[in-house]
Design a protein around this ligand. Sequence first.
Ligand SMILES: C[S@@+](CC[C@H](N)C(=O)[O-])C[C@H]1O[C@@H](n2cnc3c(N)ncnc32)[C@H](O)[C@@H]1O
Length: 249
Amino acid sequence: MRFFKGPLSAAVASQLLALLILLSAVRFFDGLSLATWQLLLVQGALAAIISRPFGMANWWLVLHLLFPLLLWLAMSWQIPSWIYLAAFIVTLLVFWNSAGERVPLYLSNQTTWRALSDLLPAQDSFRFVDLGSGLAGTLSYLAQQHPEGEFVGVESAPLPILLARLRCGQQHNITLLRQDMWSLNLAPFDVVYCFLSPEPMPKIYVKARKEMRPGSLLISNSFAVQGCEPDQVLELDDRRRTRLYLWRM
Ligand SMILES: C[S@@+](CC[C@H](N)C(=O)[O-])C[C@H]1O[C@@H](n2cnc3c(N)ncnc32)[C@H](O)[C@@H]1O
């Protein structure tokens, strides 16, 4: 199924194939005596089944199942078309990297902030970077706890970086860069933190090994790197049992 590159094209292909099968069935069985909402659920279920060989994550099944029905409901409410456009633009500005990089926006929780804080030097100055800093909640907390540290956030999505700048404007030890994380040199940093997805982790690890100084620390929230044993794994006491993977360079 390599022809359909990326989850979006696979999702569109699944829905179109499901629609085609459903239309053929309706013709063949002379109308199928089902209500519209039932037909739409059947299409959603077919799309969910068809999407399996594409190797899409499990949550796509729910999206596939409900998508035709929700689309129909939205159309029947006669919502003005500019609202769809506005929603699309906001989604694009927030989830800038989701399709290409396969890294959506979700945030580190406060238990993680505290665990990270415990890992940072208590007195000495140091440099910390959050690769894909999102709304900069992690940076804002750590910068308050460690006024002697220098904190850098790199974020490429336009809306999160704007909100992060508003949030951290008064914090003198935070620098926020609207930049692709791959173009940032990691050599100046004592601690590199990331909370991304399984997709970019092998490349992040190779970049870290190449650029980070001996003794510096790479921390990945939740995502390990296959075949690269971390020096330490911390399991946090939160609801999702967050794991922090630590590699000392
Ligand atoms: C899961 S969020 C983590 C947010 C924040 N680090 C935290 O822990 O709360 C990942 C962020 O990485 C950003 N991102 C993904 N790829 C990126 C890239 N190539 N360059 C910069 N930021 C990127 C996304 O836009 C998203 O905001």
